[in-house]
Every structure is written in C-alpha cells, then in structure tokens.
Design a protein around this ligand. Sequence first.
Ligand SMILES: *Cc1c(COP(=O)(O)O)cnc(C)c1O
Length: 366
Amino acid sequence: MAIEFSERIRRLPVYPAAGGYAQDAPLVRLASNESPFAPLPAVREAIQHALVNLNRYPDPSNSLLRRRLSDRYGVPASRIAIGNGSCDILLAAGEALLEPGAEVLYAWPSFSVYPHLSAASGATAVTVALDGSERHDLEAMLSEITVATRLVIVCNPNNPTSTALPLSSIAGFLAEVPSHVCVIVDEAYCEFNLLADPDASIALLERHPNLALLRTFSKVHGLCGLRVGFALCGSEALPQALDQVRQPFFCNALAQSAALEALSHQDEVEERVARTVAERNSLAEGLRELGIGFADSQANFCWVHLGQDVDEAEIMRGLLDRGVLVRGGTALGSETPALRVTYGLPEENERFLAALAEVLQPAVTR
Ligand SMILES: *Cc1c(COP(=O)(O)O)cnc(C)c1O
C-alpha cells in the first residue's frame, strides 16, 4: 500500500522552480532574480572565519545580527525577525496567522510562494488582479478585506511583473486597513526601486504596529545560497509568534556571519545597484529596438510581454537551446505569454537579446 499523507499535502502547490540545475554546459542563468555578482571578498572571509565554529549550534536568537540590523534601520531589535531566507518568514507568518475560516489577501500575479500560505493552513486565499499597468490595485484590495482577513501581502516591487507603487499609495492603503490585520509589504527588491529611498518605508512602522517590511540578503546582497532574510516589524508580537512556530535554529551560523558582514558594505551595495540599473536601461533599449513590450521595471528583472500570438514554451526552448535560461510567465500566473528575465552581466544580457531576436523570428508566423 502507498503511504497515506495528510490532507495538507494534497492542497499544497509545488513551487515552480527554475530548470537548468542538472545542466552541465554553462548557462546564462537569468531565471531566479539572483545577483550576477559574487559575494564580496570580506563576506567570503567572514564565512571562512565562521567555519571553525561549526561544531557549535548557531545563536538561536540571532542577537548580533538583529542588533546590527537595528543600528542600520533604526528599528528596535525586539521588532526584527530573522528567517532562513525571507520565504521562511512568509511561511511562518502563514502558520502564525492563518487557519481554516481565515483569509489571506494578495495580488495576482505575484510571488509564487504566497499561495502556499493558504494551502498549508487551510485558510482561504483571496486574490486581486493587477491593474492595467501590472501594478497592485490597492483600492480593489481594500474592498476585499472582510472580518475574516488576517493577513494582507503587498509585494513592492512586485515579482513577477517588476512594477512598483509609490510609497504614498502604500501609506494611504495602510491607513485604511484595520489595525488587527497584519500587513506584510514584501520588499525583496526595494533597493532597485528608484521611485523611493529603500529606507523611506521604515517610518510607516511607527504608525502601524500591524505592519512588517520583509527584506532579504538574497537579492541585492547576492547571498541567496545561504538563506537569510529579515522582517522589520511595527510591534514585537509578530517576531515572537514567528519564533513560536519554527524550529529553534532556523538561521545557520554561516548565514548569520555573512549577513552581519554584508551589512557593513553599503557603498558596494549601492554600486551594484547602479550597475543593475544601467543594465535595466540598456536591456529596455534593446527590447524597444526589437519592438517587444515590457513592464516598467523597478526591480532587478524585466517582465517581457511576448504578445498573444507567440508560443511561450517554444520561445523558452529556443532560448535554452542558445544557452539562456529565463522564466516563463504563465507558470508565474500570467494569462498572456510572458518572460521574467533577470538582469545579468552586460554580456549575458546581450546574449539574451541576441537569442530572443533569433527565436522570435519563426515563432510569430502563426
Ligand atoms: C526572491 C524573493 C524573496 C526572497 O526570498 P528568500 O527566501 O529571502 O531567498 C522574497 N519575496 C519575493 C517577492 C522574492 O522575489
């Protein structure tokens, strides 16, 4: 007889992972919004130093990292949650806040981890379509808040569409959300957003104890391989609840050391953001020359509109044949053919553009 699993297992969607991990040939990897830049030498050195203590458990309270984050962002350490990647914080928030009968509200298409929260808890997911510019429709989201709503997630800039809302819209939205409803603003890409200073949203925490700003070392710091994220929270209640539902040692020692070191290299971070924004502009120019539409990106990736008549899977295959790995839009919730393409190094982006130009030629004939 086959193993009998829980009801939960039948509800849980399988995360749409990028392909290409089994590939031997070098690929241009533009599918996972990773940084094209290797971790900084000082960060690698910090990891090296931490290796000798791996016979010891890591600090379960992440006290040093939370203290440094507190110094950096001006939020008390007691209001900072750490996670084994920010996805860990999302899933723990789902566990802490949701249950059958409760509702979680978010836009769609948005980050592919959000549907796991309702599936894992048995809560109901309420999704709201993006507006005509593929941005969150906060008015429509407000109108979906009910007595059952426990959690609202706003992804800004939004993955996979790359678009961002101005901070004033988010502030206006928060003013309307009942204060017993937890709001997570997922800011995984906030450093790449030129519409607002990445530190500007922090002031909202003083007005909204129900708010959490979700950040990560995975994207701009290029440490996704180590898994460390954090949430800056409006009150101590959420960090406490998150720690209650997780195993004690969720953030490993190397991740804590690397994140600590990464925090003290703000100049390099800004320089890398500038290089990414330069690539964002140059890829936009290349796509315009090819006559291909795309969303207004405030992130480290581009949301490419392939057009209704194009076979997305065929484009993906064509790109992969040319050594370029990107993410298909329909697997991420798009109703029309689309690609999510991470900005890589200049030569990688050129390879993508050249490959796309080639594969689009025969694909548009139908
Ligand atoms: C990449 C990403 C994250 C970060 O995930 P980690 O678990 O920190 O690697 C969070 N939210 C969104 C929207 C993302 O795209």
